[in-house]
Design a protein around this ligand. Structure first.
Ligand code: GDP
Ligand code: MG
Length: 765
């Protein structure tokens, strides 16, 4: 029989880190409770006959959250041979509650005191011998991050296999009641009889069903419980919980020696500033600002341009040598053609001098050329500059494929589909890789060093005023990566209303797929593009708060307030390998999407935008008469009040529902052959562009996220309510943005201020 080891502990106690060391397998290392929702299995590196299972982090085994249910069921049904109870040594007191429950299973258990490195820095000591005596099981000190104590842990595991002695006892009255109940459970659940006795004592009737206890036996058990409840003047569940807390306090005081004169640790000092009542938010906004300055800075702009126009476009000069000169000569060649054009049109042989104006699409003069007859004659001799004379020209994907296809006699249509449909569409999205890479990198570093947890903490302070808990912020933070796991992370929230609001608002947060659009609009239309990018985040957060205030009126949703437990891990330097692994995974998933969903959607958009229906037959036609244009033009008027009534933007917004990256790739297909940022600048202004962006950020997320919303809310009615709400809300805010631009922010703040005030007044007696 292979040996089965279960890793159980609080969130962020280091289970996944230890699991990775023991099994050598790749996993993300996260900082939020709720990241490890599924159970993960692997085999021990030195001994492949040993199975290890990484269970989700929990604070107790009372089955209220889905994590707790997973762990409880695992222990009841899978019978692991050994439990490794991973305990964050720095928060021993909080961790021990779970330990007291685990020990009730009477499965051989090793207490693994992790994070010893931090504990030492804090100047605290834990007496493991006393702890081991009080609990009746082995205790090992390790530091998973520094890989210390692991050999001792492996030795201890071997010695523990057959040792299930436990010293934990409740007081005599409770023990007497438990022993009486034990008679009924022992027959049906050999090893777990103690655990089930306690469950029955707590009136957990699912245990009774599971054990198949008969009605008359249940009656007897009930009278046993009643006697105990009378003796304690308390409910049986509370009797057990109170005594567990007492045990924990007793054990903690016995075995922890703390150095009273210790100095404030660096973490305390940083936290004093970073979570300070007044400074926390300004600092948070500065951090966001800094991240976006990096992500949208000139480095990533240049890299981005290289990818779209070079790699995926016509081509580029090696090391950029000759690019400048070529550009200059190309410009003068274009001017020359204008001169030739003008002279050949207007010249009767005597024209000596001409002022030639160059116009843009809106008829605005962009340049004036004063040309003489001599200039005209010179122009006649000018030739299109040959790239190969300036430097080493490397053709890009688009021009190479175009050449290749024309050589193979492939039809123009296929050529067009591949170059302007697929390559342009995918290129437009992949072009944002530099921005996204930098953003992922920054977020991953912040997560790894512990700052993201602080953000959740400070937002909890803000959120709790509007009836949301900080727990809602975890899904929202996860949602900045992708809405799907974001919505799923709302499982940790028990309360009906909080859960509904969280699910409805998680996707308001710009996910990574929305970044290309944000980056495009902010850098095309705003001189201070970072400010614009940060303000979209602020609009998102304000929208969440506003929604919470609106949904407060749903009386029939229960509103139990669950206490928010979130630990503050000490700050540590980011682990380079973990950060890189995390960024690599995100980048790969971004690229796979660009390579699959986006390519397919691009093909579809290309087809619909190149074919139209005439006399009931499908014919190739100009884009303005295409099927897509027909559909788009019908819907476009709806968005006219938002400032972007052009059908191409409507179509782009709709295609975003398949995948949000599509908004950009669709635009690039529809404005075929033009530089996207230049051409949208001719159609939109700052207000309407910002309105377009806000609408796409707040409106329904992609299909995958919508499906997740329906699944998590588990009600067709509420799911539909959420989707409709998101559309209407996005429309309203986009309208406000079109009219007010950045003034929308203070207006939203004022509305929130008054709405929360009137709510309070209503609740006052
Ligand atoms: P899980 O939620 O229990 O799976 O916890 P993780 O394994 O994801 O770890 C949470 C955080 O604690 C990560 O940032 C780890 O790098 C960090 N960590 C884990 N073990 C140690 C340790 O022994 N010392 C220190 N300083 N950090 C640790
Ligand atoms: Mg984990």
């Amino acid at each position: 029989m292979p040996l089965k080891i279960a890793l159980i502990g609080n969130p962020n106690s280091g289970k996944t880190t230890l699991f990775n060391i023991l099994t050598g397998s790749n996993q993300t290392v996260g900082n939020w409770p709720g990241v490890t929702v599924e159970k993960k299995e692997g085999r021990l590196v030195d001994d492949r006959s040993v199975f290890i299972c990484d269970l989700p982090g929990v604070y107790s085994l009372s089955p209220y959250t889905s994590e707790e249910v997973i762990v409880k069921q695992y222990l009841e049904n899978e019978c692991p041979d050994i439990i490794l109870n991973i305990v964050d040594a720095c928060s021993l007191e909080r961790s021990l509650y779970l330990t007291t429950q685990i020990l009730d299973f009477r499965i051989p258990t090793v207490i693994v005191l992790n994070m010893m490195d931090i504990l030492e820095k804090q100047g605290k000591k834990i007496d493991t011998e006393i702890l081991s005596d009080l609990l009746g099981c082995s205790v090992v000190k390790i530091s998973a991050a520094n890989k210390t104590g692991l050999q001792k842990l492996k030795n201890t595991i071997r010695l523990t296999i057959n040792n299930s002695a436990v010293n934990l006892k409740f007081d005599t009255t409770t023990e007497k009641a438990l022993n009486e109940i034990y008679k009924y459970t022992a027959a049906n659940s050999a090893n777990l009889a103690r655990w089930y006795s306690i469950k029955l004592f707590e009136r957990d009737f699912s245990a009774a069903n599971k054990l198949g206890i008969k009605a008359d036996a249940l009656k007897k058990i009930d009278s046993i419980i009643n006697t105990a409840e009378k003796a304690f003047q308390n409910s049986s569940e509370n009797i057990i919980a109170t005594q567990r807390y007492k045990m924990v306090e007793f054990i903690y005081n016995k075995c922890v020696v703390s150095n009273k004169n210790r100095q404030n640790t660096l973490t305390d000092k940083i936290d004093n500033i970073v979570t300070n009542k007044y400074l926390a938010f300004p600092i948070f906004i500065c951090v966001l600002f800094l991240i976006y300055s990096l992500a949208l800075g000139s480095f990533s702009q240049n890299a981005s341009e290289f990818i779209t126009n070079g790699l995926f476009g016509q081509g580029w000069f090696l090391f950029n040598i000759g690019a400048h000169e070529y550009e200059r000569d190309l410009n003068s060649y274009t001017e020359n053609t204008k001169i030739i054009e003008y002279f050949s049109k207007n010249d009767n042989g005597s024209l000596k001098f001409a002022n030639i104006y160059i116009y843009d699409q809106n008829g605005k003069i962009t340049k004036k050329i004063a040309a003489t007859r001599q200039d005209y004659e010179n122009a006649l001799k000018s030739t299109l500059p040959d790239k190969s004379r300036y430097g080493i020209w490397i053709p890009g994907l688009k021009s190479s494929v175009q050449n290749l296809l024309s050589k193979t006699n492939c039809s123009d249509e296929i050529n067009d589909l591949i170059t302007y449909g697929i390559i342009s569409g995918a290129g437009a999205v992949v072009g944002f890789l530099p921005q996204i890479f930098i953003l992922f990198l920054c977020l991953s570093v912040l997560e790894s060093c512990g700052y993201i947890t602080r953000i959740a903490f400070i937002t909890d302070r803000l959120f709790s005023r509007f009836g949301l808990t900080g727990k809602s912020f975890i899904p929202i933070i996860v949602g900045t990566g992708c809405g799907v796991p974001g919505v799923m992370a709302s499982r940790t929230i028990e309360s009906g209303r909080n859960k509904l609001i969280t699910i409805a608002t998680t996707t308001f947060m710009p996910c990574s797929a929305k970044l290309p659009l944000i980056s495009l609009i902010c850098s095309t239309f705003f001189k201070h593009r970072m400010l614009a990018a940060v303000s979209i985040y602020i609009i998102s957060i304000l929208s969440i708060i506003l929604t919470a205030l609106i949904f407060k009126n749903f009386k029939y949703l229960s509103a139990s307030t669950s206490p928010f437990i979130m630990e503050m891990p000490s700050y540590h330097l980011p682990k380079l390998s973990a950060v890189l692994r995390d960024v690599r995974q995100k980048v790969i998933s971004f690229l796979t999407r660009a390579g699959t969903v986006i390519v397919l959607a691009s093909i579809l958009i290309w087809l619909l935008s190149n074919y139209g229906i005439s006399n009931n037959v499908l014919v190739k036609c100009e884009i303005d008469n295409s099927i897509l244009a027909q559909i788009g033009k019908h819907i476009a008027p709806v968005f006219k009040p938002l400032g972007w009534g052009d059908w191409r933007f409507t179509v782009s917004a709709i295609s975003g529902i398949i995948a949000k990256e599509n908004t950009v790739s669709t635009l690039s297909i529809l404005f075929k052959g033009h530089e996207l940022s230049a051409v949208i600048q001719e159609i939109l202004n700052a207000n309407s562009a910002f309105s377009f962006m806000v609408f796409n950020v707040l409106c329904v997320p992609c299909i995958a996220a919508v499906a997740t919303i329906y699944r998590e809310i588990n009600s067709f009615r509420y799911g539909t309510l959420i989707v409709c709400y998101q559309c209407c809300f996005a429309y309203l805010i986009a309208f406000a943005v079109y009219k007010l631009l950045f003034l929308t922010l203070p207006v939203m703040l004022i509305i929130i201020y008054y709405a929360s005030k009137t709510k309070k007044a209503k609740h006052a007696p």
